[in-house]
Design a protein around this ligand. Structure first.
Ligand code: FMN
Length: 384
């Protein structure tokens, strides 16, 4: 077995570590089991409901909690509920973001059904809209109806955005200092309820605001802890719990093994890991080259589901246009300490109550980071 020196760069510092096996070891750090649902969607299950659901579970969703609970009621009839244990009590006290994630799920389900020659009828909140929090009532009943597909009308029905499903990401990396192409940007803003800016002064103000809101979340004990509890350090933790905030790859894993980046250090505002993490975030958030947002006329549950559909479509269109997007939800969160940033953001973007911003994201160009982990579909099927 060979021994290699691996260089870790953390903030400004770099340290060298001797690793048995060297690059052989780092090549084995991909959490293959946790990424299997992406390949499974491509292969399919040989059943129309499961085939469409296999795509739906690839939906973007807050903190990758994957709150979907699926009940196969009968042939082509599916009930969707929220797994209430997967909500984010502190950063999402009214389950608004979780509901948006469920809206993303429903839109991908609908698109995947159409792709395979079915029409998905989606009846949202058939038992009423739960408020102020979600409960065990159904989020939706989905019914698949076979469409009589001729080659011509199948082509017409297929959603051109579906092609981007496997490449879609929430891209959390540092973006290149390259101006966003204005033609692509105006295409992104065409749908209703989508706004955006590339204006340099506005972008400068929003970079600062989004970083301050992030820092506030990190310096508020309970909201920081909520994120820390959802961090998965290295391959073994990601494979065991393919959700939350995955800190995978050889560098993160080595930092964890050497004690530089652990649940304790990232959760301690006095630690070097905390300060370095914040600096990395500053650099990342300040690399925004523009912003996009999704608004809704009010804040009903139906509005939140629609915002999910709008968001995943925006994310897919950005992917097709070669643009990276990264949702930044901090300033939209409904807890007292965040109120001032909520108000500043809505003022800056001219959105007045009862309308509100449901999704806010930075945009730019960056390398595709690869897919994020998912629980297998089979683990989300429940009998009710
Ligand atoms: C409602 C909602 C809010 C989100 N907020 C954030 C956020 O504040 N910060 C962030 O890094 N990602 C955010 N995301 C992105 C998720 O972290 C991401 O969708 C999830 O980790 C799965 O990764 P993927 O979208 O690349 O498949 C949000 C996504 C949704 C749908």
């Amino acid at each position: 077995m060979t021994t290699r020196r691996m260089i870790l760069k953390t903030g400004g510092a770099a340290i060298a570590i001797a690793v048995a096996g060297g690059s052989l070891w780092s090549a084995t750090r991909t959490p293959t089991k946790a990424l299997e649902p992406w390949a499974k969607a491509k292969r399919g299950y040989g059943d129309p409901s499961l085939n469409a659901l296999a795509y739906a579970i690839l939906a973007p969703n807050p903190h990758n909690r994957q709150p979907w609970q699926v009940n196969l009621v009968g042939e082509g009839v599916i009930d969707l509920r929220c797994d209430l244990s997967r909500r984010l009590e502190h950063t999402d006290p009214f389950d608004r973001q979780i509901t948006i994630g469920l809206g993303c799920f429903l839109e991908l389900f609908r698109m995947a059904a159409v792709e395979k020659g079915y029409r998905a009828e989606i009846d949202i909140f058939p038992d009423g809209e739960p408020s102020p929090r979600l409960d065990d009532r159904r989020i939706a009943r989905m019914t698949l109806k076979k469409t009589r597909v001729t080659h011509k009308n199948n082509r017409q029905q297929k959603d051109p955005l579906f092609d981007a499903v496997f490449d879609r990401r929430s891209n959390k990396g540092v973006y290149k200092p390259e101006a966003v192409d204005p033609t692509a940007f105006s295409e992104l803003l065409r749908p209703n309820r989508v706004g955006g800016t590339l204006d340099l002064d506005t972008v400068a103000g929003l970079r600062s605001l989004s970083f301050q809101a992030h820092e506030l979340e990190m310096r508020t004990e309970r909201t920081l802890q909520e994120s820390v509890d959802l961090m998965r350090f290295g391959k073994a933790e990601i494979e065991a719990n393919p959700d939350g905030i995955a800190l995978g790859g050889a560098t993160f894993e080595l930092m964890n093994i050497t004690g530089m980046l652990t649940r304790e250090t990232v959760g301690d505002p006095a630690s070097a890991a905390f300060s370095q993490g914040l600096e990395i975030f500053r650099k990342t958030l300040y690399s925004a080259m523009g912003y996009v947002w999704v608004t809704s006329p009010s804040n009903s549950r139906a509005d939140q589901i629609r915002a999910g559909s709008d968001w995943v479509r925006l994310n897919l269109l950005a992917t097709k246009l070669g643009l990276a997007v990264h949702p930044l939800s901090q300033a939209l969160q409904e807890y007292a300490e965040m109120d001032r940033f909520y108000t500043s953001l809505h003022k800056a973007l001219n959105i007045e109550t009862p309308a509100r911003i449901q999704m806010f994201a930075r945009i730019g160009y960056a390398a595709n980071p690869g897919p994020s982990p998912r629980w297998p579909l089979t683990s989300k099927l429940v009998a009710v």
